[in-house]
Structures are given as structure tokens and as C-alpha cells.
Write a protein of this length. Structure first.
Length: 266
């Protein structure tokens, strides 16, 4: 062992000065690169864990929906940015380890989620089929989550809704209001993401809440059935509790309900 060590020392001592400097510089460069890679792995892993933590918190309802969404968004943005650094490192011939693969997967998942969401709608979160006399919430006002919340329909939303969703309008049926109400109530009860809270045949209203699958965002819904000269008329209103924009969720919910009601009655 002493002979080998002495041999290495002698070799270093016998190296030309230029070669020794280059060797030391190369070793230092390798150490710096390794340190950077380690920190990149740690940062990437942190953002990937943050993204999946947001999904877990939302899925298991361990916290507020907005908290879960913010964790998901922060982790996704960070993972997407760090994925760019991993891509550059891969182009330079460095392999991707488990942290790198996890970060890239998280970044791609976030980008895919953003691209597939319906983000073209206006920044409003309350939609109705009757802009002149929107259905009003009665039971929803008493819920703890809505205490102190303004449940009136914002009149300034009407112009924006008309521009983006002009197809949302009252439904008219030739059936009597009692028959139409029964059909509407049956559809509401069968909706997988809905929880029906009130069915009031006397004033023709149905109130429910709907939850998004992953983050658990809550929306309040009211269906109103009234008699008309030709039979009955149905209006729906769907309002999100969180955020300024609903990414098209409320309008899509109204259209879906109207289609099912039309199929069942006609």
C-alpha cells in the first residue's frame, strides 16, 4: 500500500506544471458539476412532491380546495421550469436519475392539465339561464361555507355571459310544472358529483352542491321550475364559491343538465 501511495505521489511530483494545473482544474470542474446536479435533483424533487401533495390534499379533502390547488400549481410551475434544466443537462450527455424523471413527469402532467382545461371563458364564476330574473338561493345561504358571502347574481356578469354563452336560455316544456319538476329532481339526484340539499315542490326549486373530482371545489346550484301558459319553464343557475373564473365548468354543467332534462321529457 505504501509503495502504491508513494508511486502516486512521485507521479504527481514528476508531472509537468501545466498538466498538473489542468488535472486539478478538471477535478474541480467535475466536483462543481456534481454539486449542481445534486442541487438540481433536490429542487426538482421538492417541486414534484409539492405537485403530488396538492393532488393528495385535494383528493383526500385534507385541506381547503384553494390550498390544494395552490400547492399543485406552485409545484407544477416549478417542476416545469426545472424540467428545462434537466433537458439541457440531458443534451450535454448527463443521464436522468429518478429525481430527474419524477420532475419531468410532474412538469409534463402540469402542462397537460393546463392545456386541457377550458380556459377561454370570461373571468366570471356565476352563470344562469335567466339573466333578467335569475333563480335565487335560499338553502345555500344558510350553509356555513356561504355565511357572509354575497349570493346575489352580479348584474355586471350578464353582458360577459351573453358574449361567451349566448346559448344558455330557459327551457320550455309542454308538460305540467309538477311533471317537469319531478323529472328535474330525478336528474339532480342521479348526478354523480351533485349533493341535493333541498327539493321544494311547493315553490318549484331544487338546490344542490357539486364538487370537482380532484381538488373538491364547491359550486352551488339551483333549479327553478315554474308553470307557463304552454306548460312549464325551467331555469338553472350554477355558481362557484372560489376563484374569479370557473374555466367553463358552470356553463358546461347547465348544458349537461338541460340536455338530460330534454331527453327525459321529450
Amino acid at each position: 500500500m505504501r509503495k502504491k501511495t508513494a508511486s502516486k505521489i512521485n507521479k504527481r511530483e514528476n508531472m509537468p506544471a501545466g498538466v498538473a494545473v489542468v488535472t486539478v482544474h478538471s477535478q474541480v470542474g467535475t466536483m462543481v458539476t456534481q454539486k449542481r446536479s445534486q442541487w438540481l435533483d433536490r429542487i426538482g424533487s421538492f417541486f414534484a412532491l409539492l405537485l403530488f401533495a396538492g393532488i393528495l390534499v385535494g383528493w383526500l379533502r385534507l385541506g381547503a380546495a384553494l390550498t390544494a390547488f395552490y400547492l399543485f400549481a406552485l409545484g407544477g410551475i416549478g417542476a416545469a421550469l426545472v424540467s428545462g434544466a434537466f433537458f439541457v443537462r440531458r443534451l450535454r450527455g448527463h443521464p436522468l436519475g429518478a429525481p430527474g424523471l419524477a420532475t419531468v413527469a410532474a412538469g409534463l402532467a402540469f402542462i397537460l392539465a393546463v392545456l386541457t382545461s377550458s380556459g377561454d371563458g370570461p373571468p366570471i364564476n356565476d352563470f344562469t339561464t335567466d339573466l333578467q330574473e335569475p333563480p335565487s338561493f335560499a338553502h345555500a345561504r344558510t350553509l356555513p361555507a356561504n355565511l357572509g358571502r354575497d349570493m346575489e347574481y352580479p348584474k355586471e356578469y350578464a353582458a360577459q355571459q351573453t358574449e361567451c354563452c349566448g346559448d344558455l336560455a330557459p327551457q320550455t316544456f309542454s308538460t305540467q310544472s309538477s311533471e317537469t319538476f319531478a323529472a328535474a329532481a330525478a336528474i339532480a339526484e342521479a348526478e354523480p358529483q351533485w349533493t341535493v340539499l333541498l327539493v321544494n315542490p311547493e315553490n318549484g326549486t331544487i338546490e344542490a352542491t357539486a364538487s370537482t373530482l380532484i381538488f373538491g371545489f364547491q359550486d352551488d346550484i339551483v333549479v327553478r321550475v315554474r308553470p307557463s301558459d304552454s306548460g312549464s319553464i325551467v331555469d338553472i343557475r350554477s355558481k362557484s364559491r372560489d376563484g374569479k373564473s370557473d374555466l367553463g365548468a358552470n356553463a358546461a354543467r347547465i348544458r349537461s343538465f338541460q340536455n338530460k332534462l330534454s331527453d327525459q321529457i321529450r
